[in-house]
Design a protein. Sequence first.
Length: 219
Amino acid sequence: MIDVILCDDHALIRRGIRDTLSDAADIRVVGEAGDYGELRALMRSLSMASAGKQPCDVLVLDINLPGRSGLDVLHALKDESTAVKVLVVSMYPEDQYAIRALRAGAYGYVNKGGDPQLLVQAVRTVSQGRKYVTPEIAQMLVESLTTPANEHPHQKLSDRELQTMLMIAGGKRLSDIADTLRLSPKTVSVYRARVLEKLQLANNAELMVYAIRNGLVEQ
Protein backbone atom coordinates (compact mmCIF):
# COMPACT_ATOMS: atom_id res chain seq x y z
CA MET A 1 0.00 0.00 0.00
CA ILE A 2 1.29 3.46 -0.93
CA ASP A 3 0.66 5.99 1.86
CA VAL A 4 0.12 9.56 0.61
CA ILE A 5 -0.14 12.98 2.26
CA LEU A 6 -1.83 15.83 0.38
CA CYS A 7 -0.71 19.45 0.86
CA ASP A 8 -2.83 22.05 -0.93
CA ASP A 9 -4.49 25.16 0.49
CA HIS A 10 -7.76 24.57 -1.41
CA ALA A 11 -9.97 22.01 0.34
CA LEU A 12 -11.99 21.29 -2.80
CA ILE A 13 -8.86 20.51 -4.80
CA ARG A 14 -7.59 18.25 -2.02
CA ARG A 15 -10.91 16.45 -2.08
CA GLY A 16 -10.68 15.94 -5.84
CA ILE A 17 -7.15 14.58 -5.58
CA ARG A 18 -8.10 12.38 -2.63
CA ASP A 19 -11.09 10.93 -4.51
CA THR A 20 -8.93 10.24 -7.57
CA LEU A 21 -6.24 8.48 -5.56
CA SER A 22 -8.73 6.60 -3.39
CA ASP A 23 -10.11 4.89 -6.48
CA ALA A 24 -6.76 3.08 -6.77
CA ALA A 25 -6.67 -0.05 -4.62
CA ASP A 26 -2.95 0.33 -3.85
CA ILE A 27 -3.01 4.00 -2.71
CA ARG A 28 -4.15 5.31 0.67
CA VAL A 29 -4.38 9.01 1.67
CA VAL A 30 -3.27 9.17 5.31
CA GLY A 31 -3.46 12.91 5.89
CA GLU A 32 -4.07 16.38 4.47
CA ALA A 33 -2.60 19.83 5.12
CA GLY A 34 -3.32 23.34 3.86
CA ASP A 35 0.07 24.96 4.41
CA TYR A 36 3.62 24.32 5.58
CA GLY A 37 2.79 24.64 9.28
CA GLU A 38 -0.02 22.10 9.07
CA LEU A 39 2.16 19.80 7.00
CA ARG A 40 4.99 19.81 9.54
CA ALA A 41 2.59 19.12 12.42
CA LEU A 42 0.92 16.31 10.46
CA MET A 43 4.21 14.68 9.50
CA ARG A 44 5.45 14.79 13.11
CA SER A 45 2.18 13.31 14.35
CA LEU A 46 2.18 10.46 11.83
CA SER A 47 5.85 9.75 12.45
CA MET A 48 5.28 9.51 16.21
CA ALA A 49 2.25 7.26 15.68
CA SER A 50 4.32 4.89 13.55
CA ALA A 51 7.22 4.66 16.00
CA GLY A 52 9.53 6.98 14.09
CA LYS A 53 8.92 5.61 10.61
CA GLN A 54 8.50 8.05 7.74
CA PRO A 55 4.99 9.58 7.79
CA CYS A 56 4.18 8.62 4.21
CA ASP A 57 5.65 7.26 1.00
CA VAL A 58 4.64 10.16 -1.24
CA LEU A 59 3.82 13.80 -0.50
CA VAL A 60 1.57 15.34 -3.15
CA LEU A 61 2.51 19.01 -2.88
CA ASP A 62 1.05 22.15 -4.43
CA ILE A 63 3.45 24.91 -5.52
CA ASN A 64 1.24 27.88 -4.68
CA LEU A 65 0.88 27.58 -0.89
CA PRO A 66 0.26 30.50 1.47
CA GLY A 67 3.30 31.56 3.46
CA ARG A 68 6.14 29.21 2.54
CA SER A 69 5.64 28.08 -1.06
CA GLY A 70 5.82 24.51 -2.27
CA LEU A 71 9.33 25.21 -3.52
CA ASP A 72 10.28 26.41 -0.02
CA VAL A 73 8.89 23.15 1.37
CA LEU A 74 10.96 21.17 -1.13
CA HIS A 75 14.13 22.96 -0.07
CA ALA A 76 13.31 22.38 3.62
CA LEU A 77 12.68 18.65 3.10
CA LYS A 78 15.85 18.35 1.04
CA ASP A 79 17.88 20.00 3.80
CA GLU A 80 16.43 17.51 6.29
CA SER A 81 17.33 14.58 4.02
CA THR A 82 13.82 13.18 4.47
CA ALA A 83 12.99 9.87 2.79
CA VAL A 84 9.54 11.12 1.76
CA LYS A 85 9.28 11.43 -2.02
CA VAL A 86 7.55 14.55 -3.31
CA LEU A 87 5.24 14.79 -6.30
CA VAL A 88 4.45 18.39 -7.19
CA VAL A 89 1.02 19.24 -8.55
CA SER A 90 0.32 22.72 -9.86
CA MET A 91 -2.04 24.77 -11.96
CA TYR A 92 1.02 26.36 -13.59
CA PRO A 93 2.22 24.93 -16.92
CA GLU A 94 5.33 22.75 -16.88
CA ASP A 95 7.53 25.40 -18.45
CA GLN A 96 7.11 27.71 -15.45
CA TYR A 97 7.95 25.52 -12.47
CA ALA A 98 8.74 21.92 -13.45
CA ILE A 99 12.51 22.31 -13.83
CA ARG A 100 12.74 24.37 -10.64
CA ALA A 101 10.75 21.77 -8.72
CA LEU A 102 12.88 18.87 -9.96
CA ARG A 103 16.09 20.72 -9.16
CA ALA A 104 14.73 21.42 -5.66
CA GLY A 105 14.29 17.70 -5.04
CA ALA A 106 10.85 16.78 -6.41
CA TYR A 107 10.48 13.33 -7.95
CA GLY A 108 7.83 14.48 -10.41
CA TYR A 109 5.59 17.29 -11.62
CA VAL A 110 1.94 17.00 -12.69
CA ASN A 111 -0.39 19.71 -13.95
CA LYS A 112 -3.73 19.85 -12.11
CA GLY A 113 -5.57 20.27 -15.38
CA GLY A 114 -4.30 16.98 -16.79
CA ASP A 115 -5.81 13.50 -16.91
CA PRO A 116 -6.53 12.32 -13.32
CA GLN A 117 -5.13 8.89 -14.18
CA LEU A 118 -1.76 10.49 -14.84
CA LEU A 119 -1.74 11.54 -11.19
CA VAL A 120 -2.28 7.95 -10.10
CA GLN A 121 0.48 6.78 -12.44
CA ALA A 122 2.79 9.51 -11.15
CA VAL A 123 2.22 8.56 -7.49
CA ARG A 124 3.01 4.91 -8.27
CA THR A 125 6.16 5.85 -10.18
CA VAL A 126 7.43 8.24 -7.51
CA SER A 127 6.71 5.77 -4.70
CA GLN A 128 9.21 3.40 -6.34
CA GLY A 129 11.92 6.05 -6.19
CA ARG A 130 11.74 6.80 -9.91
CA LYS A 131 11.29 10.20 -11.50
CA TYR A 132 7.99 10.99 -13.20
CA VAL A 133 8.26 13.43 -16.09
CA THR A 134 5.99 14.07 -19.05
CA PRO A 135 7.45 14.13 -22.58
CA GLU A 136 7.24 17.94 -22.44
CA ILE A 137 9.30 18.09 -19.24
CA ALA A 138 11.81 15.58 -20.63
CA GLN A 139 12.31 17.82 -23.65
CA MET A 140 12.77 20.87 -21.42
CA LEU A 141 15.38 19.01 -19.35
CA VAL A 142 17.32 18.11 -22.49
CA GLU A 143 17.18 21.70 -23.72
CA SER A 144 18.30 23.05 -20.33
CA LEU A 145 21.37 20.81 -20.51
CA THR A 146 22.26 21.44 -24.14
CA THR A 147 21.40 25.14 -24.51
CA PRO A 148 21.97 26.83 -21.13
CA ALA A 149 23.08 30.05 -22.82
CA ASN A 150 19.58 30.60 -24.23
CA GLU A 151 18.01 30.95 -20.79
CA HIS A 152 15.22 33.52 -20.62
CA PRO A 153 15.66 36.40 -18.15
CA HIS A 154 12.70 35.24 -16.00
CA GLN A 155 14.40 31.87 -15.47
CA LYS A 156 17.05 33.69 -13.44
CA LEU A 157 14.46 34.96 -10.93
CA SER A 158 14.34 33.39 -7.48
CA ASP A 159 11.42 31.12 -6.68
CA ARG A 160 9.59 33.83 -4.71
CA GLU A 161 10.33 36.47 -7.34
CA LEU A 162 8.85 34.27 -10.05
CA GLN A 163 5.80 33.58 -7.92
CA THR A 164 5.30 37.31 -7.33
CA MET A 165 5.77 38.06 -11.02
CA LEU A 166 3.15 35.52 -12.10
CA MET A 167 0.63 36.91 -9.64
CA ILE A 168 1.21 40.48 -10.81
CA ALA A 169 0.96 39.37 -14.42
CA GLY A 170 -2.29 37.62 -13.52
CA GLY A 171 -3.76 40.95 -12.39
CA LYS A 172 -3.42 40.62 -8.63
CA ARG A 173 -2.75 43.71 -6.52
CA LEU A 174 0.27 43.79 -4.21
CA SER A 175 -2.02 43.76 -1.16
CA ASP A 176 -3.75 40.60 -2.47
CA ILE A 177 -0.39 38.96 -3.14
CA ALA A 178 0.76 39.85 0.38
CA ASP A 179 -2.37 38.23 1.85
CA THR A 180 -2.02 35.11 -0.29
CA LEU A 181 1.67 34.60 0.50
CA ARG A 182 1.29 35.76 4.11
CA LEU A 183 3.96 38.40 3.62
CA SER A 184 3.98 42.10 4.37
CA PRO A 185 3.09 44.47 1.50
CA LYS A 186 6.58 45.96 1.89
CA THR A 187 8.21 42.58 1.30
CA VAL A 188 6.10 41.97 -1.79
CA SER A 189 7.07 45.43 -3.07
CA VAL A 190 10.73 44.46 -2.67
CA TYR A 191 10.16 41.30 -4.73
CA ARG A 192 8.36 43.34 -7.40
CA ALA A 193 11.24 45.83 -7.55
CA ARG A 194 13.76 42.99 -7.95
CA VAL A 195 11.69 41.45 -10.76
CA LEU A 196 11.48 44.75 -12.65
CA GLU A 197 15.20 45.32 -12.22
CA LYS A 198 16.25 41.83 -13.32
CA LEU A 199 13.93 41.89 -16.35
CA GLN A 200 14.79 45.51 -17.13
CA LEU A 201 11.16 46.57 -17.07
CA ALA A 202 9.68 49.88 -15.92
CA ASN A 203 6.26 49.01 -14.52
CA ASN A 204 3.52 46.40 -14.10
CA ALA A 205 2.18 47.03 -17.60
CA GLU A 206 5.52 46.11 -19.16
CA LEU A 207 5.73 43.11 -16.84
CA MET A 208 2.35 41.85 -18.04
CA VAL A 209 3.39 42.27 -21.68
CA TYR A 210 6.60 40.36 -20.99
CA ALA A 211 4.66 37.55 -19.32
CA ILE A 212 2.24 37.26 -22.23
CA ARG A 213 4.99 37.30 -24.85
CA ASN A 214 6.85 34.54 -23.03
CA GLY A 215 3.75 32.40 -22.55
CA LEU A 216 3.78 32.72 -18.76
CA VAL A 217 0.13 33.78 -18.59
CA GLU A 218 -2.80 33.39 -20.93
CA GLN A 219 -3.64 36.40 -23.08
